[in-house]
Write a protein that binds this ligand. Structure first.
Ligand SMILES: Cc1ncc(COP(=O)(O)O)c(C=O)c1O
Length: 394
């Protein structure tokens, strides 16, 4: 039992048993009929999850490849983009753009805050010549635990023609993101987050406007050529050898998500978030994101108490309880840790994690009231608005 682990990470997350067993199916030809029907079925399911009529392109690569694919396929060298950053993954978009000769204007908001749609609207309003070709933004900033208001950012464009490129690698399935209804041009996600799969797939959908931009784009790419991927997708195939086992797994995770419903997934993640926030506060710890309204449904960043290092808590949770949480990142690395609550996570995982955290803090001499975190989290579960089927993930 010593190696049993509970992953409370913001990715990779735990994988449900149904998905695990799908991953071990016998090999098939990726040019044969079984694969074609698999890819078709997966694509139909993904369209529902992305809430779009556009095809969802499946890339065998991690999420960052989806971000890179968006840039190299849509933005030519020398063209300008507005990168709206609220943390590490926004900064990654900036690095990708610079690697490909794209001119980046960075609009940085402090770690722990949401991007302000009004400031974005003002900047676009001032861009009379329409030099800004795209706005890059995270749906959920995993490094801080902030959920951006993507609908408001989309509206902030007004009549400006800039494409809106949204990294929803850790946001999709945890919070609503209706791609077509909100006029989003590119939406990217990855397999190892709320999709409940191992790492290895990047999923990306483009609006018709974005496909038109791809036709004109002069940037260079080969493996990540989305136009080529789209041509192959029309024949229910991929241009290169795909990770077939992950696609079998994806079919299974799509089934699970459909069974729970998207609305059910959003609800569960919001309850998990509220439980973690209530529990951590009951232990006397400080949250990076104080404002409940912008708090991520998938990950919560917590300040380490005075006198402790993040590794004290992270290592003790792993060694004593097999509970795996993540460290902070970049500017807040030395003072925070992150509790992930996305994907194949249920309420009892959070109760167990909070309970373990309480013991670890008490062992370090931090004054905590026995059972306080679990009691606060249980209050969330038992509150009127959460009177729902508590065993959503089956
Ligand atoms: C918001 C966000 N963007 C991008 C990435 C990068 O994805 P990957 O590590 O799969 O390349 C991550 C991974 O944690 C993420 O959370």
């Amino acid at each position: 039992m010593n190696n049993k682990q509970t992953l409370l990470l913001p990715g990779p997350t735990c994988v449900p048993p149904q998905v695990l067993s799908a991953l071990s199916k016998p090999a098939i030809s990726h040019r044969g009929p079984e694969f074609k029907s698999l890819l078709k079925e997966v694509n139909d399911g993904l369209k529902n999850i992305f809430q779009t009529n556009s095809d969802v392109i499946v890339l065998t690569a991690s999420g960052t490849a989806g971000m890179e694919a968006a840039i190299v396929n849509l933005i030519s060298p020398g063209e300008k983009v507005l990168a709206v950053t609220i943390g590490v993954f926004g900064e990654r978009f900036v690095e990708i753009c610079r690697s490909f000769g794209v001119e980046v204007e960075v609009m940085a908001f402090p770690y722990g805050q949401q991007a302000d749609p009004k400031i974005i609207a003002n900047r676009l309003e001032a861009d009379k010549e329409h030099q800004i070709k795209a706005i890059l933004v995270q749906h959920n900033e995993t490094s801080t635990g902030v959920l951006n208001d993507i609908q408001a950012i989309s509206k902030a464009r007004g009549d400006h023609p800039a494409l809106l490129i949204v990294d929803s690698i850790s946001g999709m399935i945890t919070a609503d993101l209706p791609m077509d209804e909100w006029n989003l041009d590119v939406v990217i996600t990855g397999s190892q987050k709320a999709m409940m799969l191992p790492p290895g797939l990047a999923l990306i959908a483009l609006s018709e406007r974005a496909w038109q931009a791809a036709e004109k784009c002069k940037n260079q790419c080969f493996y990540l050529d989305l136009k080529k991927a789209r041509e192959w997708a029309a024949t229910d195939q991929t241009p290169f050898t795909p990770a077939v086992p992950l696609l079998y797994g994806l079919k299974e995770s799509i089934n699970l998500i459909q069974k729970e419903t998207l609305a059910g997934c959003f609800k569960r993640h919001s309850i998990l978030r509220d439980m973690v926030r209530a529990g951590v506060r009951a232990l006397g710890l400080k949250l990076l994101v104080e404002d409940d309204k912008i708090a991520s449904p998938g990950v919560t960043t917590v300040y380490v108490p005075e006198g402790l290092k993040p590794s004290d808590i992270i290592d003790s949770l792993r060694e004593k309880f097999g509970v795996i949480i993540a460290g902070g990142q970049r500017q807040i690395k030395d003072k925070t840790f992150r509790i992930g609550h996305l994907g194949y996570v249920n309420y009892s995982d959070i109760l167990a994690g909070l309970s373990a955290l309480e013991v670890v803090l008490a062992d370090y001499g931090i004054p905590v009231k026995t059972g306080a975190a679990v009691a606060a989290a249980n209050d969330i579960l038992r509150s009127k608005k959460n009177k729902i089927n508590l065993n959503l993930v089956s």
